[in-house]
Design a protein around this ligand. Structure first.
Ligand code: SF4
Length: 149
């Protein structure tokens, strides 16, 4: 088929890691199917993996920041920069509120119990690697992933 390009990829949805063939034309995604060369799924995809095209092309996909203020009943749209600043302010404040130099026995721990991180199954290896490094660098000790729950 003219102009059709196929790229081997991996399903983003769970730790099984099924191989996918991603078809594009002119830079636009046109189809995703199981990769028969993958020893994991041998050309098959589960219903979730078969629908992974919707991760990119779902027409109802939310593409703007939605914010509901504490006690508020309505969602409002925020500029991404403003939302990122608000998140950063809250992370710093929670880190400081939950900071511990030493534990209850006086041992130095230099950690915060002010926040934790729970990753989702659509995170890939590279994202999980960076999240683990980032949260550990901030002093978090409660870092987990949905795939282990
Ligand atoms: S196709 Fe299904 S089983 Fe395979 S990685 Fe994706 S979500 Fe997991």
């Amino acid at each position: 088929m003219a102009g059709l390009r196929v790229t081997e990829s991996v399903c983003p949805y769970c730790a099984v890691g099924c191989g996918q063939l991603v078809y594009t034309r002119g830079g636009e995604l046109v189809d995703i199917e199981g990769n028969p060369r993958s020893p994991i799924n041998q050309g098959t995809l589960c219903p979730k993996g078969s629908a992974s095209r919707q991760l990119v092309q779902q027409p109802d996909r939310v593409t703007t920041v939605k914010y509901r203020a504490p006690g508020g009943a309505e969602w409002q749209e925020l500029e991404l920069d403003r939302a990122m600043d608000m998140i950063a302010e809250r992370v710093i404040a929670a880190r400081e509120r939950g900071w511990q130099d030493v534990d209850h026995r006086g041992r130095r721990v230099n950690r915060t119990l002010g926040f934790a991180h729970l990753g989702g199954a659509t995170l890939d290896n590279e994202e999980n690697y960076l999240i683990k490094k980032f949260f550990t660098a901030m002093g978090a000790v409660q870092i987990e992933n949905q795939a282990r729950i």
